[in-house]
Design a protein around this ligand. Sequence first.
Ligand code: IPM
Ligand code: MG
Length: 366
Amino acid sequence: MEYKIGLIRGDGIGPEIVTEAVKVLDAVAEKYGHKFNYEEILMGGCSIDACGEPLTEEAIEAAKGSDAVLMGSIGGNTATSPWYKLPPNKRPEAGLLGIRKALNLFANLRPAYLYPELREACPLREDIIGDGFDMMIMRELTGGLYFGERKTEEVDGVMTATDTLTYTEKEIRRITVKAFDIAMKRRKKVTSVDKANVLDSSRLWRKVVEEAAKDYPEVKYEHMLVDNAAMQLVKDPKQFDVILTENMFGDILSDEASMVTGSIGMLSSASLNETKFGLYEPSGGSAPDIAGKGIANPIATILSAAMMLRYSFDLDKEADAIEEAVKQVLKDGYRTIDIMPQEEEKKNTVKQVGTKEMGDLIAERV
Ligand code: IPM
Ligand code: MG
């Protein structure tokens, strides 16, 4: 089959890690007889530098014209980069929020999985890790505080800032349905996270989740308050299968979940709409401090490419091949610096490699 893939290399380590994912995709194409055509799309800081804005109409059209988009990361050092002297709606992150909204990418899937080979990287105690954990964070991505009305103004001589958290029933229902659909393919458990003891938007969230759950009698579901969820993620992460939550809570909990797996450099993500289209990107950021050094971990981007094959192209066998190749590389003892064991005596049981070498090793094993 032939597919058109939009490539947003972006800023910081983005270009380096996307190059490795493309290398792996090309290995898949060759082995399984597909053709992937790539179209470069500018977004974020590099688009500000080239076009004066983080996301142009042309970029949106190019993304819409692709079967799926693979992205590296966007943004720079918020303290030193000139991009952060611009008004908020002209900064790199505005490009990311803009493309999510323009393409209606309301469902953000962030798997957090502990690789058995990387147990040493997990900061939790052995008894808490147990047999490991495997959860999927389903974050609503186009509503809530991120997209509500906001303003900063002087009220009675006092500077006052306002952000608004709005959700419609429809917005809650469509992400809930996606979460339950995904739970059906996993361990059939959904934990819906909210702050219903305080927020109206959360009380509506609960009501809609309860209604939607009636169509999924096989799925066990529960509600959990977000503060408790933050605690349970480190106390007993094994209890979670699918975590369903709104935009801001999902932003925070997904970083926490990734940290308990030991390395954000390992975690992929998918942002989907109601069609087969998706935007796939690593969960981590642009890491400007290590950009260009050739040491960034490309695995999250490579695994995001695998998610793209699975969710947008229905190429399950090919996606499995990438995931297996990643597991094999870890078994064979290769590590980028972020997933090297901390203890001195364990360091010589594995071999440290850079970004490009890691890409080569995975591509060879596809
Ligand atoms: C993420 C990021 C973004 C978000 C930022 C860069 C706007 O943290 O994808 O989690 O908050 O959604
Ligand atoms: Mg985030």
